[in-house]
Ligand binder design. Structure first.
Ligand code: GUN
Ligand code: ZN
Length: 444
């Protein structure tokens, strides 16, 4: 049954950051002040000006009108930990102490499938409230944490990527696997979940300090066996972490080399953080077409550092936004844009409003190598989208009235917006979150 949605509509066709002049920039996106998005059976059929499309529309097609709203593709979070939902906003530590004090103890609870299911539901509720429709997600070391997560995603028909953590040293015994069990359990999960509906698997060694070289090599074997699965890990987040990696892997040239020796680099590999890299590492990330998740709220919250965005761009590396909850302090990609902007201000760089919304949508999809299915409203894409309310708070409404153009509106939305700005979220054409109604009103 076709459905149409009328609002202001913005989506990207290319990266505005690479445009050399105003004309090229204008070709990287489409904006319809009074737009119409036509969806049938979860798939985008057309997008354009309402004035042009409405007369061609069959009169039986229902049109949902969203006043004073901006409709964009659903947000994409390229790095987040669902088990850490319950310990977001834990006070006072930097990375290595934070892991010991808060993270590992709560991750132990995910050996219980039922407990994991409860947190997965709450996590997905929160993502959708924030307008995020796809994410690259850490589970815990327990295979049942991944089962619980994918079951919950499948029920809501979400496009998600997740994996079981591999961790065979330097962590509490209750949270470790072995090189062999990490390999075989991951392999079984790949068989069970990878490419099932909208779900994809990511081989997920936590970070170099908690894996032996043998375990990382087994992770590399999985990537050889299943070339279209993802690799998801952390890289160069914190100075103490980097010193530790040097001690643990004296034979490696640098941190990235630990992963490269195990065969973990490539276009389906996403490295979170990348705050303190050397020249060689930047070049190798670029040469292998590996991807980066920029996690500003986490990098500030854990005092880890300021991401050198322009250095990554200069190398031609694809960068997406990650919330990194619970190291990150918000589920909201709008709030993440807010802090990304401030991080770049401190570095003497900038993030334009268009570049920000590109990163939140098509840019994220390109990092996850899924821009052929989500991230824009090109016909044939899956209809994952978000309806942003330009009057969600008195201040936002008032400030919006002063805006003279799209750029100003986008910037104000990113700086002042959060979950309150998300009026509705759709996944595969279905309403999955509506701010002003209860769950009972959602489509079955
Ligand atoms: N490095 C290793 N594990 C983690 C984690 O859970 N969160 C963050 N931010 N960094 C990590
Ligand atoms: Zn993380």
């Amino acid at each position: 049954m076709p459905q149409a949605y009328r609002a202001s509509i913005l989506h990207f066709l290319a990266d505005p950051g690479t445009a050399k002049n105003a004309r090229a920039l204008a070709e990287t996106y489409e904006y319809f002040a009074d737009g119409l998005l036509l969806v049938d059976r979860g798939v985008v059929q057309a997008v354009g000006n309402a004035e042009t499309l409405l007369p061609k529309l069959d009169k039986t097609v229902p049109v949902t009108v969203y006043e004073n709203a901006l409709l964009t593709p659903g947000f994409i979070d390229t790095h987040i930990h669902y088990p850490q939902t319950e310990m977001i906003a834990a006070h006072g530590e930097q990375l290595l102490e934070w892991l010991q004090s808060y993270t590992y103890p709560i991750e132990s609870k995910f050996n219980d499938h039922c407990y994991a299911s409860g947190i997965a539901e709450r996590f997905l509720d929160e993502l959708l409230r924030c307008g995020t429709t796809s994410a690259l997600v850490f589970g815990t070391v327990h295979p049942q944490s991944v089962d619980a997560f994918f079951e919950a995603c499948e029920q809501r028909d979400l496009r998600m990527i997740c994996g079981k953590v591999m961790m065979d040293r330097n962590a509490p015994e209750y949270l470790t696997d072995t090189a062999e069990s990490g390999y075989s359990e991951s392999r079984a999960l790949i068989h069970k979940w990878h490419n099932r509906g909208r779900l994809r698997y990511a081989v997920t060694p936590r970070f170099a300090p908690t894996s032996t070289g043998e375990q990382l090599s087994r992770a590399g074997e999985l990537l050889q066996e299943f070339p279209d699965v993802y690799l998801h890990t952390h890289l160069a987040e914190n100075p103490q972490e980097i010193d530790w990696v040097k001690q643990l892997f004296p034979e490696a040239e640098d941190y990235l080399d630990v992963y490269e020796r195990a065969g973990l680099l490539g276009k389906r590999s996403v490295f979170a953080h990348c705050l303190h890299l050397g020249e060689r590492e930047w070049q190798r990330l670029g040469a292998t077409d590996s991807r980066i998740a920029f996690c500003p709220t986490s990098n500030l919250f854990l005092g880890s550092g300021l991401f050198p965005f322009s250095r990554a761009r200069q190398q031609g590396i694809r960068v997406g936004l990650g919330t990194d909850v619970g190291g990150g302090s918000s589920f909201s990609i709008l709030q993440t844009l807010n802090e990304a902007y401030k991080v770049l201000q401190l570095r003497g760089e900038t993030l334009t409003p268009l570049q920000g919304f590109y990163l939140a949508t098509l840019g994220g999809a390109r990092v996850l190598d899924m821009d052929d299915v989500v991230g824009s409203f090109r016909p044939g894409r899956e209809a994952d989208f978000v309806v942003l309310d330009k009057a969600c708070t008195p201040l936002l409404e008032f400030r919006m009235q002063q805006c003279r153009d799209l750029n100003e509106e986008l910037f104000v939305l990113a700086m002042l917006g959060d979950d309150r700005a998300v009026r509705a979220t759709y996944a595969n054409g279905r309403l999955v979150h509506r701010r002003d109604l209860s769950d009972a009103d959602l489509e079955p």
